[in-house]
Design a protein. Sequence first.
Lengths: 166, 109
Amino acid sequence: MGVTPILFWILSVMALFSALMVITSKNPMHSVIWLIIVFFAISGHYLLLNAQFLAIVNIIVYAGAIMVLFLYVLMLMDLKKETEPPKNRWLKLAGAVAGGSLLLVLIAALKKADIASQIAETRTGDIGLIENLGKVLFNDYVVPFEISSILFLSAMVGAVMIGKKE
Amino acid sequence: MQIDYYIYLSVALFCIGIVGVLTRRNAIVIFMCIELMLNAVNLLLVAFSKMHYLKNAAVNASAGSDGQLFVFFIMVVAAAEVSVGLAIIVMMYRNIHSVDINFLNRLKH
């Protein structure tokens, strides 16, 4: 067993365990911390696939900007003294069963598919480098890139308008 | 690495996100579970792009880079979505002093 499968399994176990902790921990602050660990594990997967640009952007945008935004909002509202009403256990069980059934159906469908012979190239290949991605982005995807800037502007205006006290 | 390992990992992460959305009632945690589902899809897109590159690299030198650019655009949309969504959650907390989504059933009446 080479070093790539070992790294893959370590990162996968880290991502799955942290994702489970995100949805099971009571304190939302702990959920944020576990979610940051999930993002780092996924960035590790990107590095393993040699998608270096996406790995860095994932850490900067997700673990850096978005999760800091979540932490700020959580700190703005102190949820400590919130008295949670008793939870409906049947509703939780129904949610878990629904998600588990979806997992079962997807895995059963994938078992039939002929995908085992396909290989995802790891640790080589240069399409994930910033040079090649930049060339494709500014040659073929200029219009979506500019439209996304308008999307950001409208999101910024929308957030300010919603957050403003009337 | 075979592609099916990546598919199973992404499916598992996506289903964990769905279970989180269905069982948790804190609006912020539900939002974080949506981010988890987006990341599962991103991981699958990157794995498929590398698979496509390995198959078609001889024909097209930049085969598969479309998938990684889609991941980039998903990140852009997710950032915009988070800013607006968190503004809505802050607004909701200001009005009803809670982020429990069970208090949001007034839309029914």
